[in-house]
Design a protein around this ligand. Structure first.
Ligand SMILES: [Zn+2]
Ligand SMILES: [Zn+2]
Length: 395
């Protein structure tokens, strides 16, 4: 096994210059969610050249793809997930150029060592992580069915392999009132803005009754157009989060009730536009332990994730409800995601070095899953979680 892992490390060292150029090329031309045409094409090209068969579009998404290499021998189906979308104004301030390239690099290294694996190796290109929940759409359309394990890495300020993430959903509350002169005839108007304000007051009153894991945060996206007109239209956007999808449902009910009550009190009409529900992350700890062991073999030190708080949400949560998944974080510098400093780190030497280490550990973990005891442990953990998973509404 160690000899095979050495060959994988050697392959990635040989691929390093080409893959660094690839990561930097994607970094230099950031593309927003669902518009990642050039980035997807750049990631697909070396896979196609290495003999992977490519399906694109996938799940009705033009910038999603699946690249498959079948060894022809029975074995596990292992998928590396590629992200490649950027953020408005900030570019690759979440480092998804490094995520996509690491997954492609791991797959290419395995393709160069066909004797090292049985089964199927895939790179699944998952667009629109930042805005749009690409993986949720793909999960719902069956893209991850039959995949034994799903892996990716995410750049960050520390090395952590099994950090959690919250379930979440966004909702836009649109209030329709009635315009009137705000001084001479206010009694003829209905203030949609009052309904927005009372929604915030109601949500704040609810906070005492939320469990500690819950996060509810909103902004006013429209608050009227002139001070001397009673606002006929106002709008607020909220993001609701909880530790589990079941817990999220009860938060959703309470917050929606607050918005409805605000509408009733002010006389405005309410329309709610709800986004996709992001499931909580179910880290497969057996798979995470294999990945951690490989990072340590590469000389990296892994820190324990924070016991409480400090987490967001991601669309890999929905994938982790379907199959065994890990989403480890690796350090690219003293930088926090979604900042200009993070974007700079994602295009730096440190960033691309981290990407190459991530790729090595991904490919080495795929080799670990060739050992049936490891694969079984990963499957057993997922099956045990599935069997006792709380159903919606419970928590
Ligand atoms: Zn992000
Ligand atoms: Zn990200």
């Amino acid at each position: 096994m160690n000899e095979q892992k050495d060959k994988i490390i050697y392959s990635i060292d040989r691929l390093a210059d080409e893959m660094t150029r690839l990561a930097l090329a994607i970094h230099a031309r950031p593309e927003l969610s669902f518009e990642e045409h050039r980035s997807a094409a750049a990631l697909i090209a070396p896979l196609r050249e290495a003999g992977f068969s490519v399906t694109q579009p996938l799940a009705g998404l033009e910038t999603a793809f699946r690249a498959t290499l079948d060894s022809g021998k029975p074995g596990p189906r292992i998928a590396f997930l590629a992200e490649y979308d950027a953020l408005p104004e900030l570019g690759h301030a979440c480092g998804h150029n490094l995520i996509g390239t690491a997954s492609v690099t791991a797959a290419l290294a395995l393709a160069q060592n066909p004797d090292a694996f049985s089964g199927v190796i895939e790179v699944i290109g998952t667009p629109a992580e930042e805005e749009g929940g690409g993986k949720i759409i793909m999960a719902d359309s069956g893209v991850f069915a039959g995949v034994d394990a799903v892996m990716m890495f995410h750049p960050r300020e520390k090395n952590m392999v099994a950090r959690g993430a919250l379930a979440c959903v966004d909702a836009v509350f649109k209030f329709y009132g009635k315009a009137a002169h705000a001084a001479s005839a206010p009694h003829l108007g209905i203030s949609a803005l009052d309904a927005v304000i009372q929604t915030f007051v109601g949500v704040n009153a609810l906070r005492q009754f939320f469990t500690d894991d819950v996060r509810v945060h909103g902004i006013i996206t429209h608050g009227g157009s002139a001070t001397n007109i009673v606002p006929a239209y106002a709008e607020a956007k909220f993001l609701l989060r909880a530790a589990t999808s079941g817990g999220l449902q009860s938060v959703r009910q309470k917050v929606f009730a607050a918005a409805e009550a605000a509408a009733g009190m002010s006389g405005a009409r309410l329309a709610i536009e709800e986004g996709l529900t992001y499931a909580e992350r179910n880290n497969n700890l057996a798979l995470a332990a294999l990945y951690q062991n490989n990072l340590e073999q590469l000389g990296l030190t892994v820190e324990a994730p924070p016991e409480r708080g400090g987490v967001g949400s991601s669309d890999i949560g929905n994938v982790s409800q379907i199959t065994a998944a890990i989403h480890p974080y690796l350090r690219i510098g003293d930088v926090i995601p979604h900042t200009p400093e993070f974007a700079a780190a994602a295009g730096s030497f440190a960033g691309t070095q981290t990407m190459l280490n991530a790729a090595k550990a991904l490919a080495m973990t795929a080799l670990d899953l060739q050992i049936s005891a490891h694969l079984q442990a990963v499957r057993d953990e997922f099956d045990a979680w599935k069997a006792c998973r709380p159903s919606a509404g419970e928590k």
